[in-house]
Design a protein. Sequence first.
Length: 376
Amino acid sequence: MKKVIHIVGARPNFMKVAPIHRAIAARTPFQQVLIHTGQHYDVKMSDVFFSDLGLPAPDVHLGIGSGSHAQQTARMMMELERVFQEHKPDLVSVVGDVNSTVAAAMVTSKLAIPLAHVEAGLRSHSRHQPEEINRVVTDRLSDLLLTPSRDADANLLKEGAEPARIHLVGNVMIDSLLASKAKAEQLPVLRTLDLAPRGYAVCTLHRPSNVDDPKVLGGLLSAVSHVASRLPVVFPVHPRTRKMISELRLSADFERNPNLRAVDPMGYLEFLALTSQARLILTDSGGLQEETTALGVPCLTLREQTERPITVDEGTNEVVGVDPERIRLAADRVLDGHGKTGRVPEFWDGRASERIADVFLRFLEGEQGALRVASA
């Protein structure tokens, strides 16, 4: 029996792997092994997502934990080499752009194990972002490049990837969203927080470039406080962000404005219940840019670039950077009724995982030159 190993390490990975795991189980005879590197090791940042998404418990948990990019990636590579040699997979599947992804890519390359990259081809074109390095390296080493949109195909072709390696499958994160939305909205999240549908905003911040710089973080919090002067803003605070707010003594923004509500990180279903009924999202998350486009919720991305330009070109996303005044003006436009409406991009239809399973099946059955399944 052919064996496929899935690598997860951080919470964005879980939403992508869960539907792929289900689709492979339903459509192929392959054995599947789930390896959790432990890159996110807080229960609220990791374990709850497994139960929310119906993802089975990991077969292997490496427990890597935190560290610098080099330290974390090196420890992952050492442990993954041992696990791959033990399990002897026929294919390793990685998703996204975190350190777990690139670590697995480098180890499979050294061991001559075929590699599939789900969410290939996304580019911010900024090498200052560690995630951009992870994307480029992983794509370079992958045998199967599974892309969410046509702009990702174009990026890969421009970089010299062979067309036969590229498979336009759609956005697998949207598979999880569409499968979970109705269940999420039955949860009493809004009632518990005393919120009305479309009567609040949501903010998330976690990227080091935003939360590690006192000037940048202070400016972002001042802009979010402005939004909170107009309607409640729910702010699920990432552990890294909470630590920096405390160390930099920036908690006064929350104390002065009761509409700015800091809460603990939420599980997938709770957070989806919150975001799906929001009036506005402010975020530096890549995944939320995609989810808000699928949900039709206006999104302001608090970064200077995005690796998901389709959410700007076709969706509800606007990249506004980190200048507080620019953020305030953009938020006021949305709250005054002039937010982007957008449309759902091609192949963001809840069936990306099925197309991925079909690509894996063809590849492992020896049909490595098969045509793209997205046109089927």
